[in-house]
Design a protein around this ligand. Structure first.
Ligand code: ADP
Length: 152
């Protein structure tokens, strides 16, 4: 059976936390599609082309990983590309509450889907894209928090 997972997110920007989740998930799936969800209600800080470029460069060595973008519902995208797994990272109990409702609703909309959660490793629990954006906005050094390819 072909196990294809979609790792959906904004990746605005990609962080070492995202990178760690993908690398740890590699043994679980045949293919991981890192997919940037375009949300018309939520305008991104970094342009889509930049975010795609950072993902492509970071995961260039991994043949199992593909980079894509989509608009609309994540489950509709999964159905279209025949992916039965959604991969998500869990940092805190707040993440859990948010993910629980989305995961349950996604399953109701598209019953074959299973959401697989990986717990964040402790060093990345406090890391999120919004903190990295704040550092970037104020001219700080983001390099400790992002993969090498992410250059602003
Ligand atoms: P979204 O807007 O969908 O939350 P993000 O790009 O912020 O998009 O996150 C994509 C996924 O990566 C989510 O599952 C999120 O929980 C996970 N993630 C984000 N930051 C980290 C981190 N520091 N460690 C582990 N997982 C993370």
């Amino acid at each position: 059976m072909n196990r294809t997972a979609v790792f959906p997110g904004s990746f605005d920007p990609l962080t070492k936390g995202h990178e760690s989740i993908v690398i740890r998930a590699l043994p679980l799936f045949d293919k991981i599609i890192i997919a940037i969800g375009e949300n018309p209600q939520k305008s991104a800080y970094f342009p889509l082309e930049k975010r795609i470029g950072w993902l492509r460069e970071t995961f260039a060595a991994y043949t199992q990983v593909e980079i894509a973008s989509y608009s609309g519902l994540t489950v509709e995208y999964c159905k279209k590309i025949k992916a039965n797994y959604i991969l998500r990272g869990l940092r805190t109990s707040a993440d859990f509450e948010f993910e629980r409702s989305i995961g349950q609703i996604n399953k109701q909309i598209y019953p074959p889907i299973e959401t697989i959660f990986l717990l964040t490793t402790p060093e990345f629990t406090s890391l999120n894209s919004s903190i990295v954006r704040d550092i970037a906005r104020h001219g700080g050094d983001i390099s400790p928090f992002v993969p090498k390819a992410v250059k602003i």
